[in-house]
Design a protein around this ligand. Structure first.
Ligand SMILES: NC(=O)c1ccc[n+]([C@@H]2O[C@H](COP(=O)([O-])OP(=O)(O)OC[C@H]3O[C@@H](n4cnc5c(N)ncnc54)[C@H](OP(=O)(O)O)[C@@H]3O)[C@@H](O)[C@H]2O)c1
Length: 332
C-alpha cells in the first residue's frame, strides 16, 4: 500500500509518500480500501513533535478514514464486504489501506458524503462533549438557550465551524469570529447570526461581541487562545463560561481578576483523553450526533480535498490558516 510516513519529528516537508507492506488482517478486524482520510490540525503537530503525545517512530499519521470493506477476518461476518464505513484509527489513516476492528466500525448515514464522513468526527465530538458533557446543555431543549449568546473563535476552522453548527442546533444565538470572508461565509451558512472579522483586532472583536449580545456573551468557545482568547474573556457577561478548547494562537494567560468579575467560569475541555477512558459514552455521543445529522439539524462542511501525495501541503495550508472548513486526503 501507499502511505504518508513520518520517520522523524521535524518540518512537514519531511513527510514522505512511500510503499509499505499491506497491514496484517488480525482476528476480529476488516481491511479497508481507503476512500478518504480526515486531516486534523493535531496531525501536523504530531508530525512535528509539537504535541503532548509523541508516537513511536516511524508512524503514519491520520486518525479517521472512510473506506470500503474489501476483506474480513475469518471470525467477522462476510456481509460487511462492500460496505462504506467510518473508522476511528488512532494512527495510520494517511494510507491507501487500513485495518480496523469490526466492532468499532461506524455506519455512515446515506445523507453524508464520503468527504463529510471522513472529516467531521473529531470536531463534532469535541463540540458535543464541550456543550453537553462539560456545560450540561440538554440537546432536547434548545429553547432553554434561546436568549443565550455564544461567541466562537476560529469559527471558519474545523473545530470552530463544528461549534457554530452545534451551537445553532442547541438553540444559541451565535457570533462567529474568523479572518477571511470565505470562513465567515461558512459560519453564516451554518446559522451564525453575525460574523466578525478578527483582522479588525482583538479588542474590536470583544467590543462588537459585547454590543451585539446586549452587554455580554454567555459562552465563549475558544480553539484559538493567544491574545484573542485572553481579550475575549472580557466579553463574557454575568456567569459567562469560557470553554478552553485549543491553542493554535498560543496558550492564553487568563487574568484571575477577570474570572472573578461578573462571576465568570473557565471550563477545560479535553475530549480526546475522556473518550479513551469512556469509549461507551463516546459511542453514545456519536450516535446522538449522527441522529442530528440524519435529521438535518447538523450539517458538517464538505471538505477541501488534496491528493494523498500532497499531505504535507495540506497540513501546511491548515497551519497557515489558508483553509476554510475541513480537509481530506484522497488516494491518487
Ligand atoms: N480540546 C479538545 O478536546 C480538542 C479536540 C480537537 C481539537 N482541539 C484543538 O482545537 C484547535 C483547532 O483545531 P482545528 O482542527 O479547528 O484547526 P483549524 O481547522 O486549522 O482551525 C483553526 C483556526 O484557528 C484560527 N487561528 C488563529 N490563529 C492561528 C494561528 N496562529 N495558527 C493557525 N490558526 C490560527 C484560524 O482561523 P482564522 O484564520 O479565522 O483566525 C483557523 O481557521 C487545535 O489546537 C486542536 O488541537 C482540541
Amino acid at each position: 500500500m501507499r502511505a504518508v510516513l513520518c520517520s522523524e519529528f521535524g518540518p512537514l516537508e519531511g513527510l514522505q509518500v512511500v510503499e509499505l507492506d499491506d497491514p496484517k488482517l488480525r482476528s476480529g478486524h476488516v481491511r479497508l480500501k481507503v476512500l478518504a482520510s480526515g486531516v486534523n490540525y493535531v496531525d501536523g503537530l504530531l508530525a512535528q513533535g509539537r504535541y503532548q503525545i509523541k508516537p513511536p517512530l516511524p508512524f503514519v499519521p491520520g486518525m479517521e478514514v472512510v473506506g470500503e470493506v474489501v476483506e474480513v477476518a475469518t471470525d467477522v461476518s462476510a456481509s460487511l464486504v462492500g460496505s462504506r464505513v467510518l473508522a476511528n484509527l488512532g494512527f495510520g489513516g494517511y494510507a491507501t489501506q487500513a485495518v480496523a476492528h469490526a466492532d468499532r466500525l461506524i455506519e455512515i448515514p446515506d445523507a453524508m458524503t464520503t468527504g463529510q464522513a471522513a472529516s467531521f468526527l473529531q470536531s463534532y465530538l469535541t463540540g458535543w462533549f464541550a456543550f453537553v458533557n462539560r456545560l450540561g446543555v440538554d440537546p432536547a431543549r434548545p429553547a432553554a438557550n434561546a436568549d443565550k449568546w455564544l461567541l466562537v473563535l476560529g469559527a471558519g476552522g474545523g473545530v470552530g465551524l463544528a461549534a457554530v453548527d452545534i451551537g445553532v442546533a442547541l438553540g444559541y444565538k451565535v457570533i462567529a469570529a474568523a479572518s477571511s470572508a470565505e470562513k465567515r461565509e461558512l459560519a453564516l451558512a451554518r446559522g451564525a447570526l453575525h460574523a466578525l472579522d478578527v483582522s479588525s483586532g482583538d479588542n474590536e472583536v470583544k467590543e462588537r461581541a459585547k454590543e451585539l449580545s446586549g452587554g455580554g456573551i454567555d459562552v465563549l468557545y475558544d480553539p484559538v487562545g493567544g491574545s484573542l482568547g485572553e481579550v475575549c474573556l472580557r466579553a463574557l457577561g454575568e456567569d459567562g463560561n469560557y470553554l478552553v478548547i485549543g491553542f493554535v494562537g498560543g496558550i492564553p494567560k487568563l487574568p484571575a481578576n477577570q474570572v472573578l468579575l461578573r462571576n465568570r467560569r473557565v471550563t477545560g475541555v479535553d475530549w480526546g483523553a475522556w473518550a479513551m477512558r469512556n469509549p461507551e459514552a463516546n459511542n453514545a455521543m456519536l450516535r446522538d450526533i449522527l441522529s442530528f445529522i440524519e435529521g438535518g439539524r447538523l450539517s458538517p462542511v464538505e471538505p477541501t480535498a488534496y491528493p494523498l501525495s500532497k499531505a504535507a501541503v495540506a497540513l501546511a495550508d491548515l497551519e497557515a490558516r489558508r483553509v476554510a472548513g475541513k480537509v481530506v486526503l484522497l488516494p491518487d
